[in-house]
Design a protein. Structure first.
Length: 646
C-alpha cells in the first residue's frame, strides 16, 4: 500500500517494503479495514472502496491513545436531577480507577461549549473545502457530531419513518452555528464524508431518509449486487454496517483529541446468525477498540416505539455500543428527542480529567477505566477504558521523539496549511532576484470550491508598505490564470525591507469576490540565496513538452497534485557562478525519501535547474522538497511542501 509507505517512513525496511514488526504493532488500527477487505473478497465483492478510504484518510492522524502518551485523558459527563449538568466539581470530587486500582487525578478541567463561535466572530462560518472543515474541527470551541443512518436495519414503516424524521430534524435545530456534523450510511466511503454547517442540506438528508431493512431492491451499488449472491445476505449487511461504523469512528477519532459524538440510528444489526453462520462479535470489538482509542462516544437511537421489537433488530447490540463507548442508549421510548437533547448537552458541558497511569507496561492490553463522583444522586458517563501501547509502539515513539527536528520542515508544512485557508482562489507569491533588484511575482489558479458561486476572472495586485500607507507601485491586474503567460503573472518591484500585497479577486462584472492582504519579506543574503521554488503542472504530454521548452513558464499556485499530473519544479539560485544545486524529497517528518538527479545547471543571470517530481509513484500524503545550494563555504536552502491527493 503506497499510502502507508509514504506517510510512515519508520515502517520501511532498509531494502524496501513494510517492516513486519511495524505492521504488527499497528494492526489494531487497521483491523476493521483488513477484516472488511478479506470478507469482501470471500463474498465476491468487486470493490472495497469504503474500507480502503477509511484507512487512507484515518491513518495520517494519531488517535488519542497511541504509544508514547504518558498522560491519559478521560472526558466525563456528570448530570443531576432532570439531566441538569453538575458543575463546580474539582479533582477531589472524582474517584478514578484503572483496572481496579485508584489513580491520582493530575488535572481537572470543566469544558463548556454553546455552539457559538468564541473567537473570530466576524469570520464566515461557511465550510468551503475539506481542508477548511478539518481546520475547523480542530478548534476548541467546535462541537463535533456525526449522524449514522443505518438504513439496512431500520424498517420502512410510516410509524417509524415519520417520527424519526421529525425527531432528527429537531436534533439538527439544537445545533449551534459553530457546530460541525457529518452524515453517513453503511455505503458511505470515508472519502465522501463531509463535515458541514449547512442545516438545510442536513434537513434534506433527513427528510428523504427511510429504512430498507429486508429490502434487496432497488440495488444501490455493485456491493449490494454482490449481496444477492451471498447465502446469508443478512449477516453480510450486518458486517457492512459495523465495518462502516468502525471506519467512521476511526475518521472522527483522527480529527482531534477532544470529545466527538456519533449518533447511531438503527434498530440494531444482529451479531449472531445461528450455529451454521456463527457470530460477528469481532466486528463489535473493532468498533469498541477504535472508539476507545479515538475518544469517540457512540449514542444509539432506536426509532421503534415503546415496547416494540420490530423485525431483525438487536437492542443488545445498541446497548453494548453505548455502554462500551460512554454513550447514551436512547431505546424503548416514544420520545427519543429528549435523549437527543441529552446528547447535545453531553457534548456541551463535561469534565476533562488527566492522570498518569501507575501501570505503564507496554503490553498492548485493554485498560479498564471506572469513574465515579463523591456526590449522591448524579449520573456519570465516561468511556470504559483505553488500549495501552505495545512494546513496538513504545520503541517507535521513543525513536520518533529522539529524532532531531529537521529545520524548515515544520515551517514548510505550516505554509501548506495556510495555503488551504478559505480563499476564493489559490495564489503563488514568489520573491525573485533577491541578490539584485528584488521583484515579487504573483499568479493564481481557480479553486474547485470558491467562497460563493461567482467565478473569479481577474485579480488585482497592489503593493503596500509595511505600515498603512499609499501603494508603492501602480495596481496590476492578472486576468484568468489559463490565459497566455504575459497576462497571467504580475511582477512588482520590491523593497529590501519587505512589504505587503493587497489582492482583490473580481468576477466578470468587476464585483469583489474576495480581498485580503499578504505580507512578503524583503531581500535575502546576497552571497547565495534561492528564489522561491516554482511548481509547474501539466495535464497532458503536449502541455508537459511546452513546459519543458518554455524559458519562463507560468508557475501554478496549486500545491495539491493528483498522481496523473506531471509536475516540474524550478530551482533558481543567485549569483550565477560557482553554485552547486541539490534537490531532495522528504516526507512530512523530514525523513529523506530520495535525491533528484539535478544534472548540469544553467547559468545566465542566475543558476537554474528544472526537475520533474514523480508524483505518479508517490503515495497519498504530504511531502517537502528541499533545495540546497553551495558556493564555496556558503550554503543556502529553500523548502516547499505539497500534497499528493486522489
Amino acid at each position: 500500500n503506497p499510502f502507508l509507505v509514504a506517510t510512515s517512513p519508520a515502517a520501511l525496511q532498509p531494502g524496501g517494503g513494510l517492516a513486519p514488526e511495524w505492521l504488527q504493532s499497528r494492526m489494531h488500527l487497521f483491523r476493521p479495514v483488513v477484516a472488511a477487505t478479506a470478507f469482501a473478497l470471500v463474498a465476491g465483492w468487486p470493490q472495497v472502496r469504503a474500507a480502503q478510504d477509511a484507512a487512507a484518510q484515518a491513518t495520517p492522524q494519531r488517535p488519542t491513545f497511541r504509544s508514547g502518551v504518558a498522560t491519559v485523558r478521560v472526558d466525563v459527563s456528570v448530570t443531576g436531577r432532570k439531566g441538569a449538568v453538575v458543575d463546580g466539581l474539582s479533582a477531589a470530587d472524582f474517584i478514578l480507577e484503572e483496572d481496579g486500582v485508584a489513580q491520582t487525578i493530575d488535572t481537572c478541567q470543566f469544558i463548556a461549549l454553546t455552539g457559538e463561535r468564541l473567537t473570530d466572530r466576524e469570520e464566515s462560518l461557511e465550510i468551503r473545502s475539506p481542508e477548511h472543515a478539518e481546520a475547523e474541527a480542530a478548534r476548541d470551541d467546535v462541537r463535533l457530531f456525526a449522524l449514522f443512518l443505518d438504513d439496512y436495519h431500520i424498517d420502512k414503516l410510516p410509524q417509524i419513518t415519520l417520527p424519526l424524521r421529525r425527531g432528527l430534524t429537531e436534533f439538527i435545530d439544537l445545533l449551534g452555528p459553530n457546530d460541525l456534523i457529518a452524515t453517513a450510511d453503511p455505503l458511505t466511503p470515508m472519502s465522501a464524508l463531509e463535515l458541514t454547517r449547512d442545516r438545510f442540506d442536513l434537513k434534506e438528508t433527513v427528510r428523504k431518509f427511510e429504512g430498507r431493512q429486508g429490502e434487496l431492491f432497488p440495488v444501490r451499488s455493485a456491493l449490494e449486487e454482490a449481496q444477492l449472491e451471498s447465502r446469508n445476505w443478512r449477516r453480510l449487511r450486518a458486517e457492512v454496517t459495523l465495518s462502516a461504523l468502525a471506519g467512521l469512528v476511526v475518521k472522527m477519532g483522527s480529527l482531534r483529541e477532544g470529545r466527538k459524538s456519533i449518533v447511531f440510528v438503527s434498530q440494531g444489526p444482529p451479531t449472531f446468525f445461528g450455529r451454521l453462520d456463527g457470530d460477528i462479535d469481532h466486528r463489535m470489538q473493532d468498533v469498541f477498540e477504535a472508539a476507545n482509542r479515538g475518544n469517540v462516544t457512540i449514542h444509539v437511537v432506536d426509532p421503534r416505539g415503546l415496547g416494540t421489537e420490530g423485525r431483525g433488530g438487536s437492542r443488545d447490540t445498541l446497548y453494548r455500543l453505548a455502554a462500551e463507548t460512554g454513550g447514551r442508549a436512547i431505546v424503548n421510548t416514544n420520545n427519543f428527542v429528549n435523549g437527543l437533547h441529552d446528547v447535545v448537552a453531553d457534548a456541551s458541558a463535561y469534565y476533562l480529567l488527566g492522570y498518569t497511569p501507575m501501570r505503564t507496561a507496554p503490553d498492548g492490553k485493554f485498560r479498564k477505566i471506572k469513574v465515579d463522583v463523591r456526590r449522591p444522586g448524579v449520573e456519570v458517563l465516561a468511556r470504559k477504558g483505553y488500549w495501552a501501547p505495545t512494546a513496538a509502539e513504545s520503541v517507535a515513539a521513543d525513536t520518533a521523539a529522539s529524532r532531531p527536528e529537521v529545520p524548515g520542515v515544520v515551517g514548510a508544512l505550516a505554509g501548506l496549511a495556510l495555503s488551504k485557508t478559505p480563499r476564493a482562489i489559490d495564489t503563488w507569491i514568489g520573491l525573485e532576484d533577491p541578490g539584485g533588484a528584488a521583484t515579487v511575482a504573483v499568479t493564481w489558479d481557480r479553486r474547485t470550491r470558491a467562497l460563493d458561486l461567482r467565478e473569479v476572472v481577474a485579480v488585482e495586485v497592489e503593493a503596500l508598505p509595511v505600515e498603512d500607507g499609499p501603494p508603492m507601485a501602480p495596481a496590476q491586474t492578472i486576468v484568468r490564470s489559463d490565459a497566455p503567460e504575459g497576462q497571467a503573472v504580475a511582477r512588482v518591484p520590491w523593497p529590501a525591507e519587505g512589504g505587503r500585497l493587497r489582492l482583490t479577486a473580481r468576477d466578470e462584472g468587476g464585483e469583489v469576490v474576495d480581498r485580503w492582504i499578504e505580507r512578503v519579506p524583503g531581500k535575502a543574503e546576497p552571497l547565495l540565496s534561492f528564489d522561491d521554488i516554482r511548481f509547474y503542472r501539466a495535464l497532458t504530454p503536449l502541455a508537459l513538452r511546452a513546459l519543458r521548452d518554455a524559458a519562463r513558464p507560468v508557475p501554478t499556485a496549486a500545491r495539491s497534485f493528483r498522481r496523473t499530473d506531471r509536475v516540474l519544479v524550478d530551482l533558481v539560485a543567485r549569483p550565477a557562478d560557482g553554485v552547486e544545486l541539490e534537490l531532495e524529497l522528504l516526507d512530512s517528518t523530514g525523513e529523506r525519501l530520495l535525491a533528484f538527479p539535478v544534472g548540469p545547471a544553467v547559468a545566465d543571470a542566475a543558476t537554474r535547474a528544472r526537475v520533474e517530481v514523480p508524483v505518479a509513484s508517490l503515495g497519498l500524503g504530504r511531502y517537502v522538497l528541499r533545495a540546497r545550494g553551495r558556493r564555496g563555504e556558503v550554503q543556502a536552502e529553500r523548502l516547499a511542501a505539497f500534497d499528493v491527493v486522489r
